[in-house]
Ligand binder design. Structure first.
Ligand SMILES: [Zn+2]
Length: 178
């Protein structure tokens, strides 16, 4: 998987955001982000990463975000490079391995509002990295996750999407009109 250093600027996908709220079924809202994106958790097997114990409540909160958001989901599967090769499951499987709470493959990203006009951009695998590998993200990311309410309301234009920064001109892909 593509490696990006924590806190570097997001460049993975420059085609705008495609945002899905899994809980409401609102899928593929696409828009040009009006916020800057900062990478966290784009780990790779051959690059060092920080490990440590996350503060109380962080993992639960992160998993709550992962249960709601699916951003840029079309970008394909990411296989965990930190798991031993013998442990790998077929990439087409979405099931967590025995003893693991999250799947070791991911199909998208999440966004966490940070300071004004900046959102953290993390692959969905970040949950697996934290829970199963003891990855400790930067403190600013942890604080932002703890502060973010993924069950809260969205913007005025898209109150049903649980992310506050969906702009007015977002385009909703509606499969029923094809
Ligand atoms: Zn892994």
């Amino acid at each position: 998987m593509t490696f990006y250093e924590d806190m570097s600027l997001y460049t993975y996908w420059d085609g705008g955001e495609s945002f899905t709220d899994v809980t409401t079924g609102y899928r593929f809202l696409s828009f040009e982000p009006q916020y800057e994106r900062v990478n966290v958790g784009w780990l790779s097997g051959d690059q060092p990463w920080a490990s440590g114990v996350a503060p109380a409540g962080f993992i639960e909160k992160l998993e709550a975000v992962l249960a709601v958001q699916a951003v840029n989901q079309m970008m394909g599967l990411h296989d965990c490079e930190l798991c031993p090769p013998s442990d790998k499951q077929p990439p087409e499987s979405y099931e967590p391995r025995p003893g693991h709470r999250r799947s070791s493959v991911g199909t998208g990203e999440i966004r966490i509002p940070a300071r004004p006009d900046t959102a953290f951009a993390a692959p969905v695998l970040v949950g697996h990295y934290v829970v199963d590998h003891g990855y400790l993200p930067p403190t600013t990311f942890i604080d932002a996750v703890l502060e973010f309410d993924p069950s809260g309301h969205g913007s005025a234009e898209y109150p049903w999407v649980r992310f506050p920064w969906i702009p007015e001109d977002a385009v909703h892909y509606d499969a029923s009109v094809e």
